[in-house]
Design a protein around this ligand. Sequence first.
Ligand SMILES: Cc1cc2nc3c(=O)[nH]c(=O)nc-3n(C[C@H](O)[C@H](O)[C@H](O)COP(=O)(O)O)c2cc1C
Length: 400
Amino acid sequence: MTSFTGTSEEPKDRKSVVRRTSRTRILPLLPPSSMVKTGRCGLPFPSVALELRTRWWIGPVEVPSRLVLAPMAGVSVQAFRRQGRRFGAGLVCSEMVSCAGIQHGNERTLGYLLISADEHPLAVQIFGSEPQVMADAARMVEAAGADIVDVNFGCPVRKVTKTGAGATMLEDPDRACAVIEAVASAVSVPVTVKMRRGLEDGSRACLELGPRLVEAGAAALTLHPRSARQMYTGRADHALTAELVERVSVPVIASGDITTRERALDVLSASGCAAVMVGRAAQGNPWVLAEIMGESETAQPSREEVAGELLFFMGETVRELGEHRATGFLKKFYGWYLGGGRFPKPFKQELVQLRTVGEVEQRLLAATPGAAEIAERLRDETAGLDELMLPLPISAFGGG
Ligand SMILES: Cc1cc2nc3c(=O)[nH]c(=O)nc-3n(C[C@H](O)[C@H](O)[C@H](O)COP(=O)(O)O)c2cc1C
């Protein structure tokens, strides 16, 4: 069984492999006073509260907290990943990168992946179904500086599953193992796998496949315990996560419906997983990461803070995607940042209708003048970092 203490033991060769930059924060331990709480499931939290801020390892890669930011196609741009690190995520992951693009050059793409020095540790996620093509992609990902190669066996989107990739792999265990074996032999960084529970509702395919993937070379597993058919309906069944933890000797990351600190601690203590992953709750809401980490009482920032983060995020996204693509891409983020009662509804609607990112910036600054200083500070803090462009296409067919 994987336990916190089990994954916290420092491997001997760790120092030679961990890539750490001056901007990688190692979070301090919680003071003892913040460790007295009881979870909904009735279990006491003390050791778990401490564990959210303790480091752990995926193979030789050190992860400084037990909070992981989920890969999300169409969301996990570099600005999102860097923001996740700033707000407490110990590990961030790119959205899916297609391997088909390498071989045929015919994948419809949304652009290329940009990796920056302050993202580490960073997992880059690849998907595909051909072992050798996946191995080639993994080599490129490693060469570009990824600390971990993550393989997507969970994407339920038809355009991906019909090619035999994504969640289809859950029901094709021999091929899935061949992919992981090929990828793990191709790179020296750890290889991890992100899965759903299976294709159909009630499936337990992940429990059979998980141990085989570990045997094939997977250094950690992430489980989003919904079926592919479920997409995002129903609830993530973390009782299944607990069963997977029992069956494998590597860290398991729990993904699905982690939206509050209470839920994070509950899932950590009840399942024995090594870390929790947060996805949709962090869209336009990095403050929830700080709240989960116990760094702030609530996830309620001031309007200035919201607008300042959004302005910085917009600037970074334009830099990464270019003005044209960023204009459309950002529209969903306006709703995510400004919704939930943070700003009046008509204001949000007005921003979505503006034609250019520049117009949105002006309107935001007019409404919240204090946001300029916050955005400026964030720009200063992150200026001048080295960046690498990974020439692998980001797939237009995202989802997981
Ligand atoms: C818009 C969106 C895009 C996603 N893209 C990916 C992806 O590219 N790769 C992946 O493994 N999972 C992907 N996922 C799944 C998430 O990583 C996560 O497992 C899922 O959303 C459940 O976690 P949550 O309840 O915290 O959102 C995506 C989810 C969403 C909502």
